[in-house]
Design a protein around this ligand. Structure first.
Ligand SMILES: *Cc1c(COP(=O)(O)O)cnc(C)c1O
Length: 387
């Protein structure tokens, strides 16, 4: 039985960017916002953001989060308010900026931060909220209007949109037009994978100019370090891979949506939705990195992870354990986290990659179905009802 891997990154191949590498050889410029990076940024601005706002590349999204939080955070503030149901990059970035993560519960349904609970925490913490860091869970086009209001009221907002390049709502690319900072990742495992890389976008052009300086040692025009900067720059080689990826991006999105469509069909064909399995409620068109799904309420994702691995299906459980359950963040303050704990105990991330065929998805869903019947429903035998 062949193993089905969780991910099978499919980055552009060398033939797609050999010409660009030759240009780099000829230019003798390898970093420091060179011509390849300039071209990549210009095309991202034009093609993803319709020419509105401004953006700056970074060497990964975690660097982008650190730089944005560091430049935005409210002086005298102590806490970075964020969901616990996220990747540890966000609370780690807060710690690097001298802030303490303060975890807020998520909503049932779209698995994004619960804004009612966030509002309560903002009130409770009074002036101590330094920044709010929402996460657009798994690339969903979450509604940012409440965050725009917090921004206007003086609380900075940095959106972790690591998985959101290619996600678009009514107004186009998710994040477009937002006045806070929005951070995207180009990690190899993301839909727009180039290896390592990231992007910081904002409709506030001065904010981006400031973050860009911080990403280059905080240098002023006189090359004097004038702020707490670092080296967050993207190499020219990575920008070349990025340009080649842009040319193929719509095809990649279409492949991923094809596979997620296959899952929907198979999940309902096997009656899983009727038995209490749940998909994320997403808004907009998303370009999924994998397929997140919840097992029924009285079941445990860890049981499936082990069971599926034995059957040759490599699954994951993003985000289990949730951040507040991880060693580094156990001491961090939080509101109640009931929904987070419930969802993180049920979430399964199923394989999704561009070359997946109908047979792959059929087999995965069939194994999930069989495993549930055998392990939880007390039925052995075929998926057609057992014997
Ligand atoms: C991938 C990811 C990151 C980290 O991105 P890098 O580019 O690898 O630093 C941060 N947050 C979330 C939610 C992610 O999925």
């Amino acid at each position: 039985m062949t193993e089905i891997p969780f991910l099978r990154p499919n980055l552009v191949s060398k033939d797609d960017y050999l010409d660009l590498l030759a240009e780099i050889d000829a230019s003798r410029i390898y970093s420091n916002y060179g011509p390849m990076n300039d071209r990549f940024e210009q095309r991202l601005t034009a093609e993803l953001f319709d020419g509105t706002g401004r953006l700056t590349t970074v060497n990964n999204a975690t660097t982008g989060l650190i730089l944005a939080i560091s430049r935005c955070k409210r002086p005298g503030g102590k806490y970075a308010l964020m969901p616990s149901f996220t990747f540890p990059a966000a609370p780690l970035a807060a710690l690097w900026c001298g802030l303490e993560p303060y975890f807020i519960d998520i909503r049932q349904g779209d698995w994004c931060m619960d804004e009612t609970k966030l509002e309560e925490a903002v009130t409770l913490l009074a002036g101590q909220a330094a920044v709010i860091v929402p996460y657009a869970a798994f690339g969903t086009c979450m509604d940012l209007s409440a965050y725009s209001r917090w921004l206007k009221s003086g609380i900075p907002v940095v959106v972790d949109a690591a998985a959101s390049i290619g996600s678009s709502g009514r107004h186009g690319q998710f994040g477009k037009g937002f006045e806070g900072a929005v951070i995207y990742s180009f990690h190899a495992t993301k839909t727009f994978g180039i290896g390592e890389g990231g992007l910081v976008y904002s409709a506030d052009e001065e904010l981006i100019a400031d973050i860009r300086r911080a990403s280059n040692f905080g240098f002023s025009d006189a090359r004097e370090s004038a702020m707490q900067g670092m080296n967050g720059k993207l190499p020219e080689y990575a920008a070349a891979v990025g340009l080649a990826t842009l040319a193929r991006f719509n095809g990649k999105i279409a492949e991923r949506q094809r596979v997620s469509g296959l899952y929907l069909k198979q999940l309902s064909k096997h009656g899983l939705m009727k038995r209490g399995w749940r998909m994320q409620k997403v808004s907009g068109r998303i370009a999924p990195s994998f397929l997140p799904v919840l097992c029924p309420e009285n079941q445990q994702n860890t049981v499936y992870l082990k069971g599926l691995a034995d059957l040759g299906v490599q699954a994951r459980s993003y985000f289990h354990p949730a951040c507040h359950e991880q060693l580094m963040f156990r001491h961090c303050p939080s509101g109640t986290l009931e929904t987070t704990e419930q969802i993180s105990g049920r979430i399964l991330s199923l394989p999704l990659w561009e070359e997946m065929k109908t047979e792959h998805v059929e087999r995965i869903v069939q194994e999930v179905d069989r495993f549930e019947r055998a392990c939880y429903l007390g039925m052995r035998g075929s998926s057609e009802g057992g014997s």
